[in-house]
Design a protein around this ligand. Structure first.
Ligand code: F6R
Length: 384
C-alpha cells in the first residue's frame, strides 16, 4: 500500500509529479508549444481550446458574469486558494475573496445571487465547508466544488465542479491534494478566461508551464537529501518562522501548517510585507527563518527582506531558484540555500512547497513522532 515508502505522507509527497499529471489528464493539451506553433493552416488555433473542464462547461458563462468569486475552505485547502488568488484575478478580472469556512459562518457573511462560491476540499466532507455551502446555496449563489473525493457531500451538493483526481490521500497532513488543488484552480481560471483576447499570451505561458510542471516537480524532489540534512540541523528547535510574499505567502502559511501539525514544532507563516509591523522584533541569531524568495514579481522585494534579516543577524534558510545568481551573491555562503527549478509565477508555489513538505516530514521522523497520524487530528473534520 505504501509502495516501498515508510509512511503515507512520504509516498504522497513523492508521487506528486504523477498526481499533478493526473489532475491535468484529458483536460490540458499536453504539448510544450503555444497554439500559434501548432496551428493548422486556415484554422484559428484559438478555436481549439487547450484546457477543457467537463464539470464546468454548462456554467462557464454564468461564472464569467459573477460579481465576485468567493473561495471558501479550511486549512490546506484554504492555502491552495490563497496561492491561486492572484492568477484567478489576473486572468478573469473578477474580484476574488477568500473565506475560511468557519469564519464565514461565524460572521454570516453577505453572499449575493450573482456571486460564485468555490468550495475547495480534499475530502469533500469537512463540516464547516459543507455548512458554508448550504448557507451560500440558501443565499442563491452558484456553488462550485473543487474536491478529491467523488460522491462526497460537497461534490454531490454543489451545482458543478472539478474533481482534482489526485488519488486517495491517506496521510493526515495534506500534501499531494494541495498541489493538485493549485493546478485545478489554475486550470479553472484558464477556462474562465478563454474568451479574453487580451489574455491569450499570458494563458499560453501558463499552459506551457503546466505541461512542464510534472518534470520540474520530479527534479525538485531530488532535493530530498539536502532537506534531510537541514531537518537534522533544525530538529531540536522549538520554533521557526516562514516568510513569503505575493503568491508565496500561501507557501509560507502552508509550510508553517505542515511543520506544526506533524512535527509539533511551533511555526508561523508571515507575509514578508508585514515584517516591519511586528515580526522583525523576533529576529535574532537563533530563531530559524525560512524565506521563500523565488524569481517572481516579488523577487526584488524579497531580496530586500533577506538583506534586512541578514543585517539583524537572522538565522536564514533561503528557498531560491536554480539560476538565481543574485540571491547566491546576497546570501554569500552564510546560510543554506535550497535551489528549486523555475516555473511560471502562477505555478511556482507548487514547486516551492515541495522542499517544505519534505522538511516537515523529515523533522517529524527525526523528532520521533507519528507522521501519518498526528495527535488530536483527524483526516476529515466532520464536526464543526
Ligand atoms: C492540513 C490538513 C487540513 C485540511 C483541512 C480541510 O494538512 O489536511 O488543514 O486541509 O482540514 O480539509 P478538506 O480539504 O478535506 O476540506
Amino acid at each position: 500500500m505504501k509502495g516501498g515508502y515508510t509512511h503515507f505522507m512520504e509516498k504522497e509527497i513523492f508521487e506528486q509529479a504523477e498526481t499533478i499529471a493526473q489532475t491535468m489528464q484529458g483536460r490540458v493539451k499536453i504539448t510544450p508549444l503555444s497554439p500559434m506553433k501548432y496551428a493548422v493552416p486556415g484554422i484559428d488555433p484559438y478555436l481549439m481550446p487547450r484546457v477543457r473542464m467537463g464539470g464546468l462547461v454548462d456554467h462557464v458563462s454564468t461564472i464569467r458574469r459573477s460579481r465576485r468569486l468567493m473561495f471558501i475552505a479550511c486549512g490546506t485547502s484554504y492555502h491552495a486558494a490563497m496561492a491561486c488568488r492572484q492568477t484567478v484575478e489576473e486572468l478573469t478580472e473578477i474580484p476574488v475573496v477568500l473565506e475560511l469556512a468557519s469564519d464565514l459562518l461565524d460572521r454570516r457573511c453577505p453572499i449575493f445571487r450573482d456571486d460564485t462560491c468555490v468550495f475547495v476540499s480534499q475530502s469533500g466532507e469537512t463540516a464547516d465547508t459543507f455548512r458554508a455551502l448550504e448557507y451560500a446555496k440558501a443565499c442563491g449563489a452558484l456553488c462550485v466544488g473543487v474536491t478529491n473525493t467523488v460522491g462526497s457531500a460537497i461534490a454531490r451538493n454543489t451545482h458543478c465542479g472539478i474533481h482534482i483526481n489526485a488519488g486517495a490521500e491517506i496521510g493526515v497532513a495534506s500534501t499531494k491534494a494541495y498541489t493538485s488543488q493549485i493546478v485545478a484552480i489554475t486550470m479553472m481560471s484558464l477556462v474562465l478566461s478563454e474568451d479574453a483576447i487580451s489574455k491569450r499570451q499570458r494563458r499560453d505561458e501558463i499552459i506551457d508551464s503546466l505541461c512542464n510542471l510534472p518534470d520540474l516537480v520530479r527534479r525538485t524532489l531530488k532535493l530530498n537529501d539536502q532537506i534531510k540534512q537541514l531537518a537534522a540541523d533544525l530538529k531540536d528547535e522549538q520554533s521557526c518562522l516562514m516568510f513569503g510574499r505575493g503568491r508565496n505567502y500561501a507557501t509560507a502559511m502552508e509550510a508553517a501548517l505542515k511543520v506544526k501539525e506533524v512535527s509539533y514544532m511551533h511555526s508561523e507563516g508571515i507575509n514578508a510585507g508585514e515584517m516591519k509591523h511586528g515580526p522583525l522584533a523576533l529576529v535574532d541569531d537563533k530563531l530559524p527563518i525560512v524565506v521563500v524568495s523565488t524569481m517572481d514579481t516579488m523577487h526584488s522585494k524579497m531580496a530586500g527582506v533577506i538583506q534586512q534579516l541578514m543585517a539583524r543577524n537572522g538565522r536564514l534558510i533561503v528557498i531560491a531558484n536554480e539560476e538565481d545568481d543574485e540571491m547566491v551573491d546576497i546570501v554569500n555562503g552564510k546560510y543554506p540555500i535550497v535551489q528549486v527549478p523555475r516555473v511560471d509565477d502562477a505555478l511556482q508555489p507548487v514547486v516551492n512547497i515541495i522542499p517544505l513538505q519534505l522538511l516537515s516530514y523529515h523533522l517529524t521522523c527525526l523528532r520521533g513522532y507519528n507522521v501519518d497520524q498526528p495527535r488530536n487530528l483527524a483526516k476529515s473534520v466532520t464536526v464543526t
